[in-house]
Design a protein around this ligand. Sequence first.
Ligand code: SF4
Length: 347
Amino acid sequence: MKNLRGMTYEDILQEVTALGAKPYRAEQIFTWIYKRGITGIDAMTDVSKVFRELLKEGFFIGAVDVAAVRRSPDGTVKLATRLEDGLLIESVLIPDADRLTLCVSSQAGCALGCKFCATGMNGFIRNLTLGELTGQVFAAQGLLEEGARITNAVMMGMGEPLLNYDNVIHFTGILTDARGFGLSHNKVTISTAGIIPGIERMAREAGVNLAVSINAATDEVRGRIMPVNNKYPLAGLVGALRAYPLTGRKVITIEYVLLKNVNDSTRDAEGLIKLLKGITCKINIIPLNPFPGARFSRPDDKAVEQFANILRNAGLTALVRFSKGADVQGACGQLAGECPSASHSAC
Ligand code: SF4
């Protein structure tokens, strides 16, 4: 039996064609599944009963098992979903003035082991399937109040999205399909720790936003806090960013987790300015969100502002992101897959 909630439009088209149905059936089914969010095949009222019965012989609509929900007074909601094999993954709903952003996990655990990240401390378990990616949207939608809708999605939860490339790209396709979840391409972001081949593929294949977790201006510092830098050093990474095609008003988001006495000096800021020369970007500065077992500390607010101002004075757009949801361990770097007491990540 196959889960319709884990299938692309092309997958469904192939299946209905194999069942002898006309191609328009695929569009009907895809819309029922993702846009209307039905939970049973019988809800497809414009599909004949005979064909629904045929569908039920080979397909089902996977349910999501929300294992825990934690709500922060700032409106952030962290939810843990239990997968079929018992693993827990976490997603975070982040409300803002006119936005409701869903932060989605791409893997159970993460192999990259960034030293400032709770997810990275626990190692890699496995990639999430397409059904487990879309399942996070359905789980979050189930918590929304009447009339509310998710407006933005960021692949910044647990895991490195570009190491689960195919499922993540299919997922962003469903997110941005008007017959699917219907988000604008501009409202969907994939955040990577710097997997260069994945960035190069994204440049050719994906129409969504790119965010890169840089976190240091030299290989020496970056290699210490992000082991992935040993495989993909900064020169190659910024080369890939310079070559990255940007249309319209799109910019690359540079994430910079600020760690006290590690990467927060004037020299670090000046190095970053040099490094980012020629890249159309904005910089999100994220003062470390502490988590149990963290080996770094957060700089004080004055140091954070000073760092941001050096970048701004050089003409860069630098935003300080005092992350929401820290009190429910749902902020960047805090996701660890042990909700309700924990979790992420790619910042
Ligand atoms: S920051 Fe992202 S890439 Fe790094 S260990 Fe955490 S989840 Fe993995």
